[in-house]
Ligand binder design. Sequence first.
Ligand code: F6R
Length: 364
Amino acid sequence: DKGNHRHFMQKEIYEQPVVVAQTLRSYLSRIDARVSLPIPEFDLGAIRRVTIVACGTSYYAGMVAKYWFEQFARVPVDLDFASEFRYRAPVMEDGGLALFISQSGETADTLAALRHARGEGQKIAVVVNVPSSTMARESDLLLPTHAGPEIGVASTKAFACQLAVLAALAANLARAKGRLSPEEERDIVRHLEETPAALNAALANDPAIEAMAHVIAGARDVLYLGRGTDYPLALEGALKLKEISYIHAEGYAAGEMKHGPIALIDENVPVIVIAPSGPLFEKTVSNMQEVQARGGKVVLISDAEGIAQAGEGCLATIEMPKVHPLIAPLVYAVPVQLLAYHVAVAKGTDVDQPRNLAKSVTVE
Ligand code: F6R
């Protein structure tokens, strides 16, 4: 049932504040301001390396997690697409954790990778949205997302809930490694608890995004740029646009532009820049200005501070709430989802059932 929404995708985008709150409730303990995961049958503190494997949008959630695990827990992280991982003779030492992320829990490539990692003596953790799925049954540590059934082929709310679980796992791993003080953990819990309200504030941009969608709908190519955890979001934004609007899009690490892709820039290529104010802002803005100097039309997604500093000369700006960097990837997912959605609606494509795609990919 779509309720009063036109498409399941739109409904699922709007469900995010509620389902993220729901997911966080099972991973945060309010009373002692701690992260609480299901107790694994192995010692998280003994983990020396994490291998993250997934496909598509779930892979981009894994990419955000790589930044978090390395930053908070100082554990080295290997990340791969399931379809590459399985066939590249990956090196996995004893004492490693292999983490699989999947909405459906049935994606054939991810499942094959899971079984391969088990054969290599890895502990198996899974982040899945379907608790009765095959991956859930074959795990040593089951970390469910509580997004509820996701019907739209383009993943939205499952991605947000995956990030919520992965942030909790990052904090738990950091504590197990002796790298997180109780004060730091309390801060992380506090920031995560701010997420649902920030998601609501992000959704308030819907009319502004809808109003500019026709400009993007007329483009043949669109670029998305970001740094740090906004880089996976740039990739995710491009994937969303491609799959439902059929417009060619690419996500790039902002600093990579000058190593090639900037040659593509002219006044016909809109560039979506994902840049919350913060430590990486200045650098991203200088990449953005390189684009503008070549006639590129920029849509800047930032907070009031960032827009005040760099919004001038942009085709459009989308003003996000000011959020802690930890939760920024969850919150900044909303405008890229809404943009893809409205562009697809403007183009008249089948938003919930894009051509050539299936919700669950059960062939390798
Ligand atoms: C994109 C999308 C796909 C899936 C991918 C993995 O919007 O939905 O890229 O993310 O097929 O599926 P799961 O997460 O079920 O393993």
